[in-house]
Design a protein around this ligand. Sequence first.
Ligand SMILES: NC(=O)c1ccc[n+]([C@@H]2O[C@H](COP(=O)([O-])OP(=O)(O)OC[C@H]3O[C@@H](n4cnc5c(N)ncnc54)[C@H](OP(=O)(O)O)[C@@H]3O)[C@@H](O)[C@H]2O)c1
Length: 324
Amino acid sequence: MARQIQFTETGGPEVLELVDVEPRDPGPGEIRIANRAVGLNFIDIYVRTGLYPAQPPSGLGTEGAGVVDAVGEGVEDFAEGDRVAYAQGPLGAYAEYITMDAEKAIALPEAIDFETAAAGMLKGLTVQYLLRQTYAIGEDDTILFHAAAGGVGSIACQWAHALGAHVIGTVSNEDKAGIAKRNGAWMTIDYTRESVPERVRELTDGAMVPVVYDSVGKDTWKDSLACLSKRGLMVSFGNASGPVEGVNLAELNKGGSLFVTRPSLNGYADTRERFEMMCDDLFAVLESGDVKIKIGQRFALEDAAEAHRALANRETTGSTILTL
Ligand SMILES: NC(=O)c1ccc[n+]([C@@H]2O[C@H](COP(=O)([O-])OP(=O)(O)OC[C@H]3O[C@@H](n4cnc5c(N)ncnc54)[C@H](OP(=O)(O)O)[C@@H]3O)[C@@H](O)[C@H]2O)c1
């Protein structure tokens, strides 16, 4: 038997419970991984609350790193004992073991430890597509990135800085401003007390920015559009404050022929080739030292509910992992 977090109904953090389960044997094309560390993501909160669909009783979490423990029929790329990581597993990563499609796992380079991989795979691959594909950041671009001291934000500040961009990062307090700056943000704005469009106007001498990366959603949507230069791109990739609803397309016209996209990791890493290309890019910036995965907090697997409370209450910085 092995420990796993599951929920039998959607709701608050209290629905998460620790149970003992029999780890499933891998079927054809699958591997079983003995997790060594598990990644916590805001997306897990959307699943727990029912904003993103799941069918309880269900496991939770899609990101982790560990050692291959059993291999199903037809799997040629992995063998027992291999070090692997994953970001797009089936719900159930909050567990000692996970059985999943081998296609969704990647061999972990020796230089990257399990905790770094668990803390950086999903968030790092997200930053890869955001900065390198959705809008290819160029040297001297000035960009606006919301929630800059969070998990995704901490990686984005470092990676964008390495690409030569000037990051304006939004944060909710001074400590988080310091974190974003140390990660390479050029300037920060406290969006809980300052007008973001006004500050962006000042910082860019009226030019505004060609791209806004917005994972906050409902609370920042309007201000984000107001920060864009003509024909700018609004990248709405999350809903930490609630989903964006009732979008009026006329607003895009008013802002100057603006573009909007609502991307997801699964929409970019949708083939094995694309997944490997994105992992290669991520592993290269980790190995070069341009990006360091900052683990702000660790929780034991059985304290997953506490970890969810901290993430939802904006008490975390950088990445959060569950330890086993
Ligand atoms: N589309 C994709 O492919 C994709 C993939 C990964 C993540 N995401 C999204 O990216 C975002 C960041 O994910 P993460 O796991 O790294 O989380 P995170 O950034 O570490 O945590 C979320 C942060 O959002 C900010 N925030 C603003 N308003 C909030 C509110 N009302 N409630 C809670 N937090 C609020 C907080 O920072 P401040 O205190 O500084 O405001 C908080 O720390 C999430 O929205 C997630 O859904 C999207």
